[in-house]
Design a protein around this ligand. Structure first.
Ligand code: LMR
Length: 329
């Protein structure tokens, strides 16, 4: 054998082992979200990572980036489409650029409780909404709960007139803007990562969020009052990109979906617990005053905010709205 033949032989052996190594490299899956780890979504992401490590060892590796470390919610869907992350779970209020139909979930006082939200999401109408992001190259893998939103402010909010003239941070949703405008307040669309500082420096007067977000991000330490209003829903859609998802081997895709469904079930359980325990922890902290509304006071908020539905009914569609309303029964 000539030297040349030996060299060719060695090179092809090296190339072969290299290609085998490349084939065997695990699929990397980056999961980016904006909340703390001790929240329903934070716990769901950790559970998903654990399940995948257990069941798809050496085949798929999940990396979780909490607290907006990697991307804020204004960038994460774009990042999914660019392949910079593979999984995200933004609130349903943050999909405006991708579909207007999800605006239904922001309508104030639409769902009486989380059971109604769950019933609607699992209904045919609710499931059809997951598909509305498909034309933009995203795949809605399912819903996940956080819970009902509460309003916090520098001054006590008992009736809508108390909110008049105040500045509230909102997620990037036109429904939420209309909701605060309906009570004479000024809504400001700001990223989640900026809320604490905006409240602390009094650049804004208030915000709306769930008990777990208010606690984990310490908003209650910089807000003197929180009204237990349950006036709207903060839930999520778990999304991936069609390019990534459809490019996966079928057996891996099935395992990932199974792990995700189990992680979401755990996240939903955490959400239900935290809606009680985080509220109680905030009350016990004595750092803020938690206001319970009388029936009459709450009705005033309903009367002022509910007319917002009319404006968005043509966008979300009457059938869908009727389906959501009927989930309360
Ligand atoms: C917010 O921006 O207030 C929420 O969407 C944060 C979250 O993901 O719960």
């Amino acid at each position: 054998m000539s030297m040349k033949q030996i060299l060719i032989g060695l090179t092809s052996a090296a190339l072969l082992s290299l290609s085998m190594a490349v084939q065997a490299a695990p699929i990397k899956l980056k999961f980016s979200h904006v909340v703390a780890e001790n929240t329903p979504k934070g716990q769901m992401a950790i559970k998903f990572k654990e399940l995948v490590a257990e069941r798809l060892k050496g085949k798929v590796e999940v990396e979780v980036f909490p607290n907006g470390q990697l991307f804020g919610d204004n960038k994460v869907l774009e990042a999914l489409l660019l392949g910079d992350v593979q999984l995200a779970s933004p609130s349903l209020s943050k999909f405006k650029k991708y579909t207007k139909k999800l605006q239904i979930f922001d309508l104030p006082f639409l769902f009486n409780d989380m059971a109604a939200a769950e019933k609607f999401q699992q209904s045919e109408a609710g499931q059809s909404l997951l598909k509305t992001v498909e034309k933009k190259g995203l795949i809605g893998l399912g819903y996940m709960h956080n819970g009902m939103k509460q309003m916090s402010a520098s001054k006590p909010l008992h009736v809508p007139a108390d909110a008049k003239g105040l500045k509230f941070r909102i997620m990037s949703s036109d429904v939420l803007a209309a909701q605060f405008e309906a009570v004479g307040a000024t809504p400001l669309k700001k990223p989640y990562s900026e809320v604490f500082t905006l409240l602390q420096t009094k650049a804004i007067d208030g915000q709306e969020n769930t008990w777990s977000n208010i606690r984990s991000k310490k908003f209650y330490e910089v807000q003197d009052n929180i009204t237990s209003s349950d006036h709207g829903l903060l839930d999520y859609m778990v999304v991936t990109s069609a390019e990534f998802w459809n490019g996966l081997p079928a057996d891996i895709r099935t395992e990932l979906k199974k792990a995700l469904d189990e992680a979401v079930a755990l996240g939903n359980k955490v959400a239900a617990e935290k809606s009680q325990s985080d509220k109680q922890a905030i009350i016990d902290s004595k750092r803020t005053k938690v206001i319970e509304l009388t029936k009459e006071e709450r009705q005033q908020w309903v009367d002022m905010m509910k007319p917002v539905w009319k404006k968005f009914e043509p966008i979300v569609g009457k059938d869908l709205l009727d389906a959501a309303i009927s989930a309360n029964k």
